[in-house]
Unconditional design. Structure first.
Length: 253
């Protein structure tokens, strides 16, 4: 940590009030962003998608589970992986606490990955998560929403991620994001919003605690974001051992 000036209580209060004004402006700007997000135009989903679930095959409509809004998290877990992505695991550690509230506010959460269902279920149980996790192994869902890029799906060495075309890297066969859908009374489904790369930070409650502290995130060691994060069952006793990101999720911008 850099040395900080030590001041009187009155001087600290003056500085804190100045920062409070900026914090309020930031919150108001965020409220405006949320309003603009809600006003985005929608796209009707016409392509049929069928997912593998513990209770059998399910359509995209089935995943709403009786609600009108669906939040799908694109969890990085490739077909030949033995574990889910570290960063995605970090994010999903935050889901169940929030889910017990927003499920009573007309919103369903489901994670989706290309790995086979048995791998997803084993990892979900290992992590102690209660949310539903489905496999898109037999659909084009991940490709259509630009979060999976196996070599056979890449042409001319380019891929589209986070709404822009970029050079393809073999390390980026799976990338993170989330997509939101709405279903009307007639059963029509609409894609309302998607967010990728660092946009998922808004869901990371742990960051909200850490960002209040003097040391902050202490990230970007060797240029890597989230270099300190481990799967929650892999921390050592003091919780301070660092690890590199498991894949390209933290490097993507």
């Amino acid at each position: 940590m850099n040395a900080h000036p030590i001041v009187s209580q009155d001087e600290w209060l003056e500085a804190r009030r100045a920062l409070l004004a900026k914090e309020k402006a930031h919150m108001q700007a965020n409220d405006e962003l949320a309003r603009l997000r809600r006003e985005l135009p929608w796209v009707k989903i016409t392509k049929p998608y069928v997912f593998d679930t513990p209770s059998g095959q399910a359509t995209l409509s089935d995943l709403f589970d009786g609600r009108s809004q669906l939040f799908l998290y694109h969890f990085m877990f490739g077909p030949d992986w033995e574990e889910g992505c570290t960063g995605c695991s970090f994010l999903c550690d935050h889901v169940d606490g929030a889910r017990q509230h927003f499920e009573h506010h007309d919103l369903t959460f489901v994670a989706v990955s290309r790995a086979p269902l048995e791998k997803l279920e084993a990892y979900r149980k290992r992590m102690g998560w209660g949310f539903r996790w489905v496999s898109s192994a037999h659909t084009d869902f991940n490709y259509d929403f630009h979060v999976s890029f196996p070599p056979e799906r890449v042409t001319n060495g380019r891929m589209t991620y986070n709404f822009s075309e970029q050079d393809y890297s073999p390390d980026c066969q799976e990338l993170p994001g989330f997509s939101v859908f709405s279903k009307d009374d007639s059963g029509q489904i609409f894609h309302t919003y998607s967010c990728f790369s660092r946009g998922g930070e808004t869901l990371l409650g742990a960051y909200q605690f850490i960002d209040q502290t003097p040391k902050g995130r202490m990230e970007k060691v060797n240029g890597n974001l989230m270099d300190w994060v481990k799967r929650h069952d892999r921390y050592e006793n003091d919780g301070r051992t660092t690890t590199k990101p498991c894949c390209g999720c933290s490097a993507a911008t």
